[in-house]
Write a protein that binds this ligand. Structure first.
Ligand SMILES: C[S@@+](CC[C@H](N)C(=O)[O-])C[C@H]1O[C@@H](n2cnc3c(N)ncnc32)[C@H](O)[C@@H]1O
Length: 206
């Protein structure tokens, strides 16, 4: 395993609960992000493979996945990241500044993703990254795919494709089922699932 240094901040319910520095192995190592270490590598890989200049992220959180997306993107690329919680975005902004990311490379937008996504340019993005477990999964697919250029990818990192074990009411599991069905029903979409972290679904727009 290749050790990698990382600085991670954590927030739960909008409250910062600490900061730490530690070695992180590449692969299925300890989690610095809710999406998991290996999923972060997939996000960087996709951004690099797509030579991404314009990326949308849903769920900024602590900014960890934003860091990895930016590492894969072209140097002039701009990441637009949406989060409903302004406290999380403050944490992410500080973490990205500390990382040395130029402010011109990020656009952090506070708001609810389903309300914000329709305002973005149709076909204007290379990659959409969904980093929040939500009953809005099907809406994220519809709204996110609309933003993609042909060949662009929407990725759902951390999606529990077999059903979410913590989903006592079943609403999230139903949303995941609807998401998978919507992908399967659309011949213009090319999906792949990867067993990284809790599970990852990537969908290319043909
Ligand atoms: C699991 S965390 C994201 C973690 C992030 N990818 C990282 O690596 O740090 C999910 C984030 O989604 C945000 N969120 C939840 N519902 C949302 C919504 N409807 N619209 C936008 N953001 C939302 C939460 O505030 C939280 O910061």
């Amino acid at each position: 395993m290749i050790p990698e240094r990382s600085v991670a901040r954590y927030s739960t319910g909008g409250q910062a609960v600490g900061e730490r520095t530690r070695a992180r192995p590449v692969g299925d190592g300890p989690l610095d992000s809710p999406v998991g270490a290996s999923s972060l590598h997939v996000l960087r890989f996709l951004a690099a493979a797509l030579r991404a200049r314009a990326v949308v992220e849903i769920g900024t959180g602590s900014g960890e996945s934003a860091r990895w997306l930016l590492r894969g993107m072209l140097p002039e690329g701009v990441l637009t990241s949406i989060d409903a919680d302004p406290a999380n975005q403050r944490i992410a902004r500080a973490a990205l500044r500390e990382e040395g990311v130029a402010p011109t490379r990020t656009r952090l937008i506070t708001g609810c993703a389903v309300e914000m996504l329709p305002r973005f340019t149709e076909g204007g993005y290379d990659l959409v990254s969904v980093g929040v477990a939500s009953t809005d999964y099907p809406a994220y697919l519809e709204l996110g795919a609309r933003l993609l250029r042909p060949g662009g990818v929407i990725v759902f990192a951390g999606v529990q494709l077999g059903g979410d074990p913590d989903d006592s009411g079943g609403a999230l599991t139903a949303a995941i089922r609807d998401l998978v069905k919507a992908v399967q029903d659309d011949e213009g979409l090319i999906p792949v699932t990867l067993p990284t972290g809790p599970g990852l679904l990537a969908v290319a727009k043909g």
